[in-house]
Write a protein of this length. Structure first.
Lengths: 206, 617
């Protein structure tokens, strides 16, 4: 079935527990929101097909658990990510301060080839809570941090109301796509008969 | 080589006559069956404590052998338990001679005596339940044919089955997808889907991520996950560097078999791309190899399909198209000619069967590579339409590098492959092919090949009669039905139904030195795809139990269940697998196996490629 080339993008969502990672994903993928809090165990996986500039691609979203006890899963989960989404709760200073740890942890564990330019997106979630009165992290502060880390795109979202969710994920997709663009030419060696007889060892290498 | 002493001393006795013989045999049969019941019951008891079985550790309920109650058995074992024992577990070992075997059965009677006690009823009921499972599984198999593999329908010729993606619209939320009996997945170590047998890879991205999470989670703990059992399902994992392969199956195949299939699936991927893949993943864990595999769905689906019909998958041997010795010689001679001019391997094949093959000095070709190569060529439609020059990698020869394959179909089934290391050899190889084709036409090889396809291979009905055949053996050839009709009539009393003498339905013979096998044509009643698949699975299981590293290797095995009598005999030189009518007589079956071996020996230069360079790897 020859089809147009499709791209699959792996997106990791990180952030403290309870900041609304799963709710954001649910709002984005299923257009649903629930006030009930259910802690994610390990990770949840969702997929969404996205059309972008006449190309169809699939987002493979890794919604990870925020609790520290799950962080040992890091290497396994972060490997080969195309984009990392950092989420904090604008009503919780701690969750904002932890963004730095999440970012660094990700860069260490995923060890992307070009860490300086690895695409992150930061989302300040729960802007709807209490009409914004309980907010403790200002947009200015958040944007300043994003700027200091290499101009990370920043969105203020409400998973509950769906504010900016679509826009944020459009940006996530765009950035993920950009980072996946570098294409290599696949050119394995051809056998050199003289060398190959030595290369071949007994038994199968399985 | 089969010698009478190996199996049965009955064979050495001069034949008195069929009738006298059969009386003997039926007495033996009663004795055997009695001892079988005993063995089965004592074993069933021990099974309750531990899963240890004498023969096959991986066996599940379905594996338990069953001695079908027949008239003799009912009469002699008494009414008290024969009705209540619809399923009796029997593990019999064909020992080196009948005499020894008889001794065994006498010994085994001792622990069996409780079987005639009041326990019988209890056991009867539990046995009955295990029988239910067996039937259910058989039904499941039918179900699979009915819904999943309906494309497989048809007879033993593989033409009806078309390779390609199945049910591409499904995903893990589809009920139909979840009902498929055997899934295969390939994914990268970052959890990106690479291949799925059923359903759309991209829609399965979440499922693929889950598989990666499971594998990586275990890996993180410094361990490795090989197998997960979940109800009727087995999930088998194979990690090959950055490539993860997973099979989810409820087909009751053994872990070893499924793992072997994953190995081949990986090999097929290497054949297309080489192991340089690993470098790409090292440089860039995000590496997406699906574009590189574009258009190869059919290659993988056809390989997976072959896991249910091609014994080469587990025998790790190849099979030849039966041809007169001189015909094959003519083909080999011209291939030798071109091999001397810088061709690494020259193969002439007809479908999945070898006509001839030649390797350059010191170069050897592994049967698995041949399987993967021929699968690649046959499942890619474009090879049929024009001469092609394509990079391919032989994973067992050198997994890191490409060779170049010149491929040309000489007729609709027959194709020539010339493998070289030189990427600019196309014109030279084309000249070689023209020469080869000319010689093959002149020496009538291609016509002979077509004739062989029509005539088919060995048929159990043609199995020559025993002793008298020795003198005339030289004149025996394939494709002469009628030649031995009389002789098979001699055994007409000894079996009910069709097939070969003594209830022989089918056999497979693998020559260890040649790395080749030959199997008989399917005959009634194994004459539909469903029956053939079941027999294939039974052989596969038998093979696994014979080669089990923990409890094996074994020399002989005789097992009887509701479908077959299966007999396996392994020597230094060959392995013989034979299937008989479930009511077949044991001694006759053993004798028949000896005759099969003799028959194969008599016509070995027609059914095997002899004198090919020995394969060493």
């Amino acid at each position: 079935m020859p089809s147009r080339r499709r791209t699959l993008l792996k997106v990791i969502i990180l952030g403290d527990s309870g900041v609304g990672k799963t709710s954001l994903m649910n709002q984005y993928v299923n257009k649903k929101f629930s006030n009930q809090y259910k802690a994610t165990i390990g990770a949840d996986f969702l997929t969404k097909e996205v059309q972008f500039e006449d190309r169809l691609f699939t987002l493979q979203i890794w919604d990870t658990a925020g609790q520290e006890r799950f962080q040992s899963l890091g290497v396994a989960f972060y490997r080969g990510a195309d984009c990392c989404v950092l989420v904090y709760d604008v009503n919780s200073m701690k969750s904002f301060e932890n963004l730095n740890n999440w970012r660094e942890e990700f860069l260490i564990q995923a060890s992307p080839s070009d860490p300086e330019n690895f695409p992150f997106v930061v989302l300040g979630n729960k802007i709807d809570v209490d009409g914004g009165n309980s907010r403790v992290v200002s947009e200015k502060k958040a944007r300043a941090w994003c700027a200091s880390k290499g101009n990370i795109p920043y969105f203020e979202t409400s998973a509950k109301e769906g504010t900016n969710v679509e826009e944020a994920f459009q940006c996530i997709a765009k950035n993920a796509l950009k980072s996946g663009e570098e294409e290599e030419i696949y050119l394995p060696d051809t056998i050199d008969v003289a060398a190959s007889s030595q290369q071949r060892t007994g038994g199968c290498e399985c | 080589m089969p010698s009478d002493a190996d199996l049965s001393d009955d064979d050495r006795k001069p034949k008195v006559g069929p009738s006298a013989n059969s009386i003997d045999q039926s007495l033996d049969a009663i004795e055997n069956q009695l001892s079988s019941i005993s063995v089965g019951q004592s074993e069933y008891e021990s099974e309750a404590d531990s899963d240890v079985e004498i023969k096959e550790p991986s066996s599940s309920n379905q594996d338990k052998m069953e001695e079908l109650p027949n008239g003799l058995l009912n009469r002699d074992s008494g009414a008290d338990n024969s009705e209540e024992l619809p399923r009796i577990n029997v593990v019999e070992d064909v020992s080196s001679s009948i005499a020894v075997w008889r001794n065994n059965s006498e010994e085994m009677e001792a622990p069996a005596s409780p079987s005639s006690s009041g326990y019988a009823g209890e056991r009867g009921s539990s046995n009955a339940s295990s029988r239910d499972t067996g039937i259910e599984e058989v039904d499941g198999e039918i179900l699979e044919i009915g819904n999943g593999d309906s494309f497989d329908g048809g007879s033993n010729s593989q033409v009806q089955w078309l390779p390609g993606k199945r049910h591409g619209n499904e995903d893990d939320a589809s009920t139909s997808w979840r009902k498929r009996k055997k899934h295969f997945f390939v994914l990268s170590h970052s959890g990106k889907p690479i291949y799925s047998r059923y359903g759309d890879e991209h829609k399965l991205a979440g499922f693929s991520a889950t598989l990666q999470a499971i594998i990586s989670f275990v890996e993180n703990g410094g361990d490795r996950v090989n197998l997960v059992r979940a109800g009727k399902h087995q999930v088998v994992f194979l990690v090959k560097g950055p490539i993860y392969l997973v099979c989810i199956s409820c087909t009751e195949e053994s872990y070893q078999s499924l793992k072997g299939q994953l190995e081949l699936l990986y090999g097929q991927m290497i054949l297309i791309l080489t192991k340089s893949l690993n470098k790409c993943f090292e440089k860039n864990p995000k590496f997406d190899m699906t574009p590189l595999l574009g258009g190869t769905d059919a290659v993988f689906s056809s390989l997976i399909h072959s896991f249910s019909w091609n014994p080469a998958n587990f025998l790790h041997a190849y099979t030849c198209l039966p041809l007169a010795y001189t015909t094959r010689q003519a083909a080999s001679a011209i291939l030798h000619d071109v091999a001397d001019s810088g061709v690494l391997f020259a193969l002439l094949m007809c479908k999945h069967k070898v006509i001839s093959l030649v390797g350059a000095q010191k170069a050897s070709l592994h049967p698995d590579d041949m399987l993967l190569l021929s699968n690649f060529i046959m499942s890619s439609e474009s090879f049929r339409t024009s001469e092609s020059f394509s990079p391919i990698c032989l994973p067992r020869y050198n997994p890191m590098s490409f060779l170049h394959a010149y491929v040309h179909y000489l007729d609709v089934d027959t194709y020539l492959m010339l493998l070289t290391t030189s990427s600019d050899a196309f014109h030279h190889l084309k000249d070689c092919r023209i020469r080869i084709e000319k010689v093959l036409l002149e020496s009538n090889v291609l016509n002979e090949v077509q004739r062989s396809i029509v005539d088919g291979g060995m048929r159990v009905e043609d199995l020559p009669a025993d002793h008298d055949s020795h003198s005339g053996a030289v004149s025996l050839h394939l494709g002469q039905p009628g030649h031995t009709r009389e002789s098979s009539e001699r055994f007409a009393e000894a079996f009910i139904g069709v097939g070969g003498p003594a209830g022989l339905w089918h056999f497979m013979y693998r020559s260890i030195y040649l790395d080749q096998y030959v199997s008989s044509e399917f005959s009634s009643p194994v004459n539909n795809r469903q029956q053939q698949k079941r027999l294939y699975r039974a052989y596969q299981k038998l093979y696994a139990s014979m080669h089990d590293k923990e409890i094996g290797p074994h020399k002989t095995q005789f097992r009887r269940d509701e479908n077959y009598v299966l007999l396996c005999w392994v020597t230094q030189d060959f392995e013989l697998y034979a299937a008989f009518d479930p009511l077949a007589d044991k001694a006759l079956a053993i004798k028949t196996c000896n005759r099969v071996c003799q028959w194969i020996k008599n016509i070995e230069n027609e059914i095997f490629l002899l004198g090919a360079s020995p394969f060493s790897w």
